[in-house]
Design a protein around this ligand. Structure first.
Ligand code: ADP
Ligand code: MG
Length: 246
């Protein structure tokens, strides 16, 4: 990947929870217009990477830059204003709010953000999100808590799109979904990429990750153990066995 195409650059970051040393010199890049996937077993530091990038648990050492700008010292809300949206693990939608209200949460904070680039960004609003996810349109007035797991995941993705982000961080969106829905979410991610957004996808679902990724990173114990195109990774039986148990 050419350096100039890098939208997100994570360079040698070290992230802790108190004394607990989790990310131990992790580096990766997400290229503009691409889906990069981070694969790894439970407890390896995937969510911690997402939290580091989003500014929730900033690294103590190392640098993270987004669109060429260092995120050091940026609070999470400022990072989201720069065009970086989060679909957190476990969805974290508001159960008591309606679907429509859930979708409007980010716009109250990011009102007027147009996004830059290919002219496609800036297109997301209540109408276009509902068009992308007809199931949400049907349930616009229902409470978030009344939705199925798959619908809640769509809502979490729709909510992220409402901010018209350049990059979406998705933390295990397929977790707990039936296999038929996993396929549908793969299609949703590809559609989002086609509409000009880049994605950093954290996954345990190997098939989904390999289907949608332009580039794959494998994490073990807070470091990247291997990175390659999906095609290259498929051939690496030792990496698959050792780091992913496949
Ligand atoms: N808030 C926290 N405080 C202390 N340790 C944590 C916290 N969150 C996660 N950890 C630890 O950090 C490591 C990486 O966790 P995490 O990033 O959630 O892994 P993954 O998302 O890959 O399953 C694990 O050992 C986990 O127990
Ligand atoms: Mg996690």
């Amino acid at each position: 990947m050419a350096k100039s195409d890098s939208l997100l650059t994570v360079n040698d970051i070290h992230t802790y929870y108190g004394d607990s040393y989790v990310l131990q010199g992790l580096s990766l890049e997400v290229a503009s217009g691409q889906i990069a996937t981070l694969l790894g077993r439970n407890g390896m530091g995937k969510t911690t990477l997402i939290r580091s990038v989003a500014g929730l648990t900033p690294p103590r050492r190392g640098t993270i830059s987004f669109k060429g700008k260092s995120l050091a010292g940026y609070a999470p809300y400022r990072i989201s204003q720069l065009g970086l949206a989060l679909v957190p693990q476990g969805r974290r939608i508001f159960s008591a709010l309606t679907v429509r209200e859930n979708l409007l949460v980010p716009t109250s904070k990011l009102a007027g953000r147009k996004g830059q680039g290919n002219g496609q960004r800036g297109r997301w609003n209540l109408t276009t999100v509902m068009e992308e996810f007809p199931q949400l349109a049907e349930r616009a007035a229902q409470s978030g808590g009344s939705l199925s797991g798959g619908e809640q995941q769509m809502l979490a993705i729709g909510r992220a799109l409402m901010a018209n982000p350049d990059l979406i961080l998705m933390d295990e969106p397929s977790e707990g979904l039936a296999p038929v829905l996993v396929t549908q979410f793969g299609e949703i991610m590809q559609s989002i990429r086609e509409q000009g957004h880049s994605i950093l996808l954290v996954e345990q679902n190997f098939g989904l990750a390999m289907d949608v990724a332009d580039y794959v990173y494998v994490i073990t114990s807070g470091r990247i153990a291997y990175h390659a195109t999906p095609k290259e990774l498929e051939e690496e039986t030792e990496v698959l066995d050792q780091h992913l148990g496949i």
